[in-house]
Structures are given as structure tokens and as C-alpha cells.
Design a protein around this ligand. Structure first.
Ligand SMILES: [Zn+2]
Length: 297
């Protein structure tokens, strides 16, 4: 990346001396996608380039079996998001890991903020992103425990008018096809798929030799009909906060998963950039919701 190099000194362009900071020069530089690495002026250029589209990769801090780092979801979602914005530019919000993880509070290293704070912080974060020009915010979810939180958050945007649209891309951990999987049981957390993904994103942080040190088997300790939900289900089935078998993971599977995940993020960025309907329809809805008695079919 050549970012920053041209700004360090004046350069000669087509025979003329161009002073640092001239817009023409900066426009030709490759902008960093990372919010925190951009200057204020380059942030403005980045927003133009991204058409007001910004990514909020969402991770968590929780145990990942006996062999993966606490920040696995954060590390992997940022890895995939960074690869995606290199293909289709969007501004990437800094590290964000303030999600739903009550079910792992019994394990060391878990950071579980209250539900109130999770929702408030996420709302204020997207509000602040939008106030700065991110009118299309794609939340890239990297954590399974957020799969109810994020659709709820998205739906809650209908409560009050917002001048921006929130899109939620749920984690695409595995897709059909690709290398054959070696494990046959349930693979929800720190198992073959997630271990394989981390072997691609941060191979130095994977302790494969420890992966068989705990059981990730489904312990089936609660017997309820499938359509009855209870919060203890996860702990009842996977008390070690480990689901699957990470010891059989391969880099090839990780590469397949990551390639597909990155492609899904690129597709979501492109769809958000092209979407001219959602904000218009939101505004129509907000306006009608001020006077529901006037609404006619
Ligand atoms: Zn995970």
C-alpha cells in the first residue's frame, strides 16, 4: 500500500511540483479502508469512494475450546472483512466486540456486557457512524451468540426515524461443497470449521495439539421439543463452551470457508451500495407511522 508515502514530500507529477495535501494527489493514493488509519480529509474521500457504505465487523471475547484464542470471532471477522474491502471498498469501523455472550460467563476471559449496554452502544455507534456520513452500515456478524441480537437491532431501527440503513450480514461459516469434512457431529463452536478458518486468518494463534484436550460433544442434557426455546440450552449441551472437534481441521477447509465468506461480504457491500430503495421506503414508513389513522391500504 502506498498510502502516506506521497504525502511525505512534494512529488513531481507531469513536470509540475505538486505540494503535499493537494486533493489531486490524495485522490490518486490508495486509501486505507480502516477508519482509524484515515486522516480527517481522507475520511471524506473514503466516504465518497465507498458511496457512504461502511462495515461494522462484529466479534466477541469468549472461550474457543481449549485451543483457539478468546478473540477468535473478532480476529476472523476482521480478517474476512479486510479481504472483502480490498475487493470492494468500504470504510471499516475499528474493533467491536460488545455483543451477546451470557452463555459463556462461566469461562475465563469472557466479556459479557449487559443487554441494555449492548443495544445502547450499538445504536450510538451506528448513529455516530451515520452522523459522519455512513448512511449504509453493513454489520458483518462474526459471532453465533449475536444471531438473535442483530435481527432485533435491525428491526428496532423502525422505532424512530433514522437517516441511514442498517444491513445485517450473518456469519457464513460453511457452505456446501469444498473439501470433505472429517468430523461428523455438530460443529457449532471452535470445531473443525472455526479452527480451519483461524488456521487461515491467524495460524500462529491456533494450538491444534490442544484441540482434543476437552470434549466438544453434544451432551444432550435437556430434552425438549425442537420448537421450545430455553436460554440454558447451549450450556446444557456444550458445557465446555466447545462444540465439535477442532483437532481434525485443515487449512484447505479454512481457505474454502474464508473464500466464500469474503465473497458474501463483497456481495453485501455491492448490494448496499446499489440499494436506492431501503432508505426511501424507511422514510415513507416513518412518515406514516406519525399518523397511523390516516394510513389506507
Ligand atoms: Zn467463534
Amino acid at each position: 500500500m502506498i498510502r502516506g508515502r506521497l504525502a511525505a514530500c512534494g512529488i513531481i507529477l507531469a513536470g509540475a511540483i505538486v505540494l503535499p495535501g493537494a486533493t489531486g494527489v490524495r485522490a490518486q493514493e490508495k486509501l486505507s479502508p480502516k477508519w482509524e488509519e484515515l486522516t480527517a480529509a481522507d475520511f471524506r474521500l473514503g466516504l465518497q469512494q465507498s458511496k457512504g457504505t461502511c462495515l461494522l465487523p462484529f466479534g466477541i471475547l469468549e472461550k474457543h475450546g481449549p485451543h483457539l484464542p478468546l478473540g477468535t470471532d473478532l480476529l476472523n471477522v476482521r480478517y474476512a472483512s479486510l479481504q472483502a474491502v480490498a475487493v470492494e471498498y468500504a470504510i471499516l469501523f475499528p474493533e467491536y466486540y460488545f455483543g451477546q455472550i451470557f452463555e459463556a460467563k462461566h469461562e475465563p476471559g469472557t466479556v459479557a456486557y449487559s443487554l441494555e449496554l449492548q443495544l445502547k452502544l450499538l445504536q450510538e455507534t451506528t448513529d455516530e457512524m451515520a452522523r459522519n456520513g455512513c448512511k449504509k452500515i453493513v454489520i458483518v456478524n462474526g459471532h453465533g451468540g449475536n444471531e438473535h441480537l442483530l435481527p432485533l437491532f435491525g428491526q428496532a431501527q423502525m422505532d424512530k426515524p433514522h437517516d441511514y440503513v442498517v444491513y445485517v450480514l450473518d456469519g457464513a461459516r460453511s457452505r456446501p461443497g469444498g473439501p470433505a469434512k472429517k468430523s461428523t457431529g455438530i460443529d457449532y463452536h471452535a470445531g473443525e470449521n472455526e479452527t480451519a478458518n483461524t488456521m487461515v486468518s491467524h495460524p500462529d494463534l491456533v494450538h491444534l495439539d490442544r484441540a482434543a484436550g476437552e470434549s466438544g460433544a453434544d451432551q444432550k442434557r435437556v430434552n425438549l421439543p425442537e420448537d421450545v426455546y430455553t436460554g440454558i440450552w447451549w450450556y446444557a449441551r456444550f458445557p465446555n463452551h466447545y462444540s465439535g472437534d477442532g483437532s481434525v481441521a485443515t487449512k484447505e477447509l479454512g481457505e474454502w470457508n474464508m473464500k466464500n465468506w469474503i465473497a458474501a461480504i463483497v456481495e453485501a457491500i455491492r448490494a448496499a451500495k446499489a440499494d436506492e430503495q431501503s432508505l426511501k421506503i424507511q422514510n415513507e414508513f416513518y412518515e406514516k407511522s406519525m399518523h397511523p389513522l390516516d394510513t389506507r391500504p
